[in-house]
Design a protein around this ligand. Structure first.
Ligand code: MN
Ligand code: ZN
Length: 496
């Protein structure tokens, strides 16, 4: 599917042709205005014979009767509409979007008389539509049958009594969708197209939204002493970049919040090379950096009232005559030394310098890093939840709550002195892997050694940033996981 939607809101719609979508809960009648699309109430006859019971995300597709001003009517089941959470409205919008084919205009009726369908619900429904409509087909030269027709944007009118307020909130939906889709694009791009330099150029485009961008080159990172990050990059013909994104939406005196992303544009494993099967998926090893970039887009586009730093470390991990070896010892920017045991445990080497730099320079209120860090987190949580590691209970609570609101769920994993010991090294201050057991936790312990006393959380998104379960609002391999989550975290707790 490659459909674009032009969404507007109105108190009523003059129907002539096209598609009408009606939302119906098991605990609600057809929405106000439904009779204009279905004057003969064909729905009442069709529902029993089709076995349609308004269950969540079920749909009844009706060719409109002669008396109707529209050509087709689709009723989407909302289940117990009284209990719908915010992310359920996204899903309803997504499933409606999936039904929209071969039409130029659509009217969507949401207002069920007995249920509070407010501006927020309408805007969330619209956001679900935008997220579902995404498809990454840049490199497909042969388009699908119906693609030509659907390339023109489909005009969608969402009919609600709260039209004016919904329109205002929809600006935020567009900002959120823009960030999620940017993150998906970055993850889906092939690694020959998106190297560190190209990724940095994409981040620089955020200047259009008022984000200040600094890009550090290899030489500048060398001067800062970022030998851990640079050690990962040294086997690649492509130079690394560190991008600092600065959104100044808060008061000048307010300390910033900081988000840090792992951006390994391709991870072969280096000299500790990975097996061939599935290695192509390692183009997504920059999912953390993609989420941070998408988040900065969203916060700037919706003019969030907060000061935000986004830092992404961009490198490629390749085997080469100049590549880092197991046994090498590097000195991180913090001064702490690291023995390289496995060159495939490279993400933490990139992050440790990025975290130290961010903390040292910006003294943020908190740091949250996102990284496709370990396969071990997939063993623990599958593709369904991201691992949360945190040194601060308040921040962990806020993150968990944001996960429940957005349905980008987090599961808190342990940290502790006994786990920390597992990365002590014979030859240096620490080693870059603690072995197979507790692999996600020892990776987190490693990062923790670089954050000082600053409240910090590490989100291991190896299972959720890519290849996650496809659903009503995401059909893409790169999911954009983390953008909605962290936007919600900021919105709920950190805006003045
Ligand atoms: Mn690796
Ligand atoms: Zn990696």
């Amino acid at each position: 599917m490659s459909v674009k939607f032009e969404i507007s809101f109105a108190k009523s719609a003059r129907l002539s042709g096209g598609l009408a979508i009606l939302l119906k809960g098991t605990d609600s009648e057809l929405p106000a205005g439904a009779e204009s699309a279905d004057p003969a109430n064909v729905f009442a006859r069709a529902a029993p014979v089709a076995g349609f019971k308004s269950k969540t995300l079920s749909a009844l597709d009706i060719i409109a009767p002669e008396a109707s001003p529209v050509d087709r009517i689709i009723v989407i089941g909302a289940g117990k509409a009284r209990d719908l959470a915010a992310h359920d409205w996204l899903r309803l919008g997504g499933s409606a979007a999936a039904k929209i084919r071969n039409v130029e205009k659509v009217a969507i009726f949401l207002d069920a008389p007995a249920i509070e369908v407010g501006a927020r619900e309408a805007a969330d429904f619209a956001l679900g539509m935008l997220l579902r409509a995404y498809s990454f087909d840049t490199y497909k030269t042969k388009k699908g049958d119906d693609d030509d027709k659907s390339r023109k944007p489909v005009k969608v009118t969402i009919v609600t009594q709260e039209a004016a307020a919904a329109k205002k909130l929809y600006a935020t939906s567009e900002a959120v969708a823009g960030g999620v889709l940017l993150a998906r694009d970055l993850v889906n791009e092939p690694p020959n197209v998106l190297g560190p330099v190209e990724f940095a150029a994409k981040a620089k485009e955020l200047e259009k939204l008022g984000v200040e961008i600094e890009i550090l080159t290899e030489r500048e990172m060398r001067r800062l002493g970022m030998a851990a990050l640079l050690g990962v990059a040294q086997g690649s013909a492509r130079p690394p970049r560190l991008v600092i994104m600065h959104w100044k939406g808060g008061k000048a005196k307010d300390k910033p919040v900081a988000f840090i992303g792992k951006g390994v544009v391709f991870d072969t494993g280096g000299i500790s090379i990975k097996p061939a099967a599935g290695m192509e998926e390692m183009k997504g090893d920059m999912g953390g950096a993609a989420a941070v970039t998408g988040l900065m887009h969203t916060l700037a586009a919706r003019q969030a009232k907060v000061n935000v730093i986004g830092v992404i470390g961009l490198v490629e991990n390749m085997p080469d005559g100049n590549a880092q070896r197991p046994g090498d010892i590097v000195t991180s920017m913090s001064g702490q030394t690291i023995e390289i045991i496995n060159t495939d445990a490279e993400g933490r080497l990139v992050l440790c310098d990025a975290l130290w730099y961010t903390n040292d320079r910006f003294k943020p209120q908190f740091m949250i890093n996102l990284a496709t860090l370990t396969g071990a987190i997939l063993v623990a949580l599958g593709n369904l939840q991201a691992g949360l590691f945190c040194n601060d209970d308040k921040l962990a609570g806020e993150l968990t709550a944001a996960g429940l609101v957005t349905d980008e769920r987090l599961w808190r994993m342990p940290l502790g002195k006994d786990y920390d010991k597992m990365i002590d090294s014979k030859f240096a201050d620490m080693k870059n892997t603690g072995g197979r057991h507790a692999g996600s936790i020892t990776a987190a312990q490693f990062l923790k050694r670089f954050v000082g006393e600053t409240p910090w959380a590490h989100l291991d998104i190896a299972g959720t940033a890519m290849g996650s379960v496809q659903d009503e609002i995401n059909q893409s391999w790169g999911s954009g996981f983390g953008v909605r989550l962290l936007d919600q975290l900021v919105r709920a707790n950190y805006e003045s």
